[in-house]
Design a protein around this ligand. Structure first.
Ligand code: GLU
Length: 424
């Protein structure tokens, strides 16, 4: 008998609702481990914290922060911290659960966790941002640590935020605990290749999927939603492989160029203007028309729930590479599958970031740092091997890559769960 969770009422297309339906789909492939499947639907530990800070004008402002440790069966919690005005507990729960699945899909010795603060960081000064980050770190300090739960960057957080988190945790514990967060600046124990790792992983999985579909990357039309760290790094690598970036959408606008826009010029423009809107080397386009653009590869690299059922009917892509977490709702997944559009799901497609986070954590512990080539080679191998196993599983059971990724990952998670047993 399972009592429902009392603190969240998911709707079908909400992030947690989407995740729960993804779990339901994998249960038939779990064999005797299905007995433990309910574990996946319950975060192990959920922390909500008040984050009060003094603003520059002397006012006191309060923000709500979260850290959810979804599952720790395979190792310490791992997952980013997001600063966004729409962050909710339910969203962080879903993101933490996807981290559990993602880490297991690439066989990293981690559980899954995620954190966030409901805030618009663009409205804070640098000093306010620092105070908020440090207070949040102190508040979640009771559950994080290099062997307990290791945060990292996510939407609107970066190396500087990680440096403040590392410093705050270190000051509070009286150690220099570089291994408490990943995605740090290089001279604070960060890893070469980490910043571009998520985008690189998207490229590697896309390259492998294209090979299987017989799609030539040279000349392939690419559309990207979200031009932050993940979207821009992936676009750059596809560009180097001969891909044509025909459409880009972000918070500042949607742009289109049928001949392919200049990726280096766009990178410089985004650096100066904070978004793609107004870029001269392309035409502006109505936001909703982005989903009708004729392309070979669509890369959603922004937020959850972007590919709705309605948009899934309209997409004109051969494959979708999920750089974002949770961009496709389950109904849309079914529509894309029936239309023959291949979806490389978030839980493998964007696993490059956490994979290099793992490399960073290992390097911090051994105090021995690897070259960028070594990191990129190891990343490539892990992603290619993981995707092959997932593809074989999909072929064997005739299931989507998403359900196959869940099958591979959930088997690993639930074997650990079963072998550890219930205590007490
Ligand atoms: N935020 C990233 C993700 O969603 C990276 C997490 C990490 O490196 O721990 O996968």
């Amino acid at each position: 008998m399972n009592e429902p969770l009392s603190f969240v009422q998911p709707t079908a297309n909400s992030p947690w609702g989407t995740y729960l339906s993804q779990v339901d789909r994998v249960v038939p492939y779990l064999g005797h481990l299905a007995r433990w499947a309910e574990t996946l639907k319950r975060p192990k530990r959920t922390l909500i914290v008040d984050v009060p800070i003094e603003m520059d004008n002397g006012d006191v402002a309060h923000f709500e922060g979260y850290r959810v440790q979804h599952n720790l069966s395979r190792g310490p919690g791992k997952g980013g911290v997001r600063f966004h005005p729409e962050v909710t507990l339910e969203e962080v729960m879903a993101l933490s659960a996807w981290m559990t699945v993602k880490c297991a899909a690439v066989n990293l010795p981690y559980g899954g966790a995620k954190g966030g603060i409901r805030v618009d960081p663009k409205r804070l000064s640098t000093k306010e941002l620092e105070r908020m980050t440090r207070r949040y770190t102190s508040e979640i300090g009771i559950i994080i640590g290099p062997q307990r739960d290791i945060p990292a960057p996510d939407v609107n957080t970066n190396g500087q935020i990680m440096a403040w988190m590392m410093d705050t945790y270190s000051m509070n514990t009286g150690t220099t605990a570089t291994g408490v967060v990943t995605g740090k600046p290089i001279h604070l124990g960060g890893s070469l290749g980490r910043v571009k790792a998520t985008g690189r992983g998207v490229f590697v999985t896309g390259r492998e999927a294209a090979r299987r579909l017989g799609l030539n990357l040279d000349g392939a039309r690419i559309a990207v939603q979200g031009y932050g760290n993940v979207g821009s790094s992936a676009a750059e690598l596809f560009g180097q492989a001969g891909g044509k970036l025909v459409a880009v959408q972000d918070h500042s606008g949607t742009i289109f160029n049928d001949k392919g826009l200049d990726i280096a010029d766009l990178a410089a423009y985004v650096r100066d203007h904070g978004g793609v809107g107004g870029f001269q080397g392309a035409e502006p386009m109505h936001g909703e028309d982005f989903w009708d653009v004729r392309c070979d590869i669509l890369i959603p690299a922004a937020l959850e729930g972007q590919i709705t059922a309605e948009r899934a009917h309209r997409l004109k892509a051969r494959m979708v590479l999920e750089g974002a977490n949770g961009p496709t709702v389950s109904e849309a997944d079914d529509i894309l599958a029936s239309r023959g559009v291949l979806v490389v799901p978030d839980v493998i497609c964007n696993a490059g970031g956490v994979t290099v986070s793992y490399f960073e954590w290992v390097q911090d512990f051994s105090s021995f740092f690897w070259s960028e080539d070594e990191i990129n080679l190891r990343l490539d191998k892990i992603m290619v091997d993981a995707l092959k196993k997932i593809w074989d599983t999909a072929d064997k059971h005739k299931i989507t890559l998403r359900t196959a990724t869940f099958a591979v990952a959930c088997e690993r998670i639930l074997i650990a769960r079963e072998e550890r047993g219930l205590y007490p």
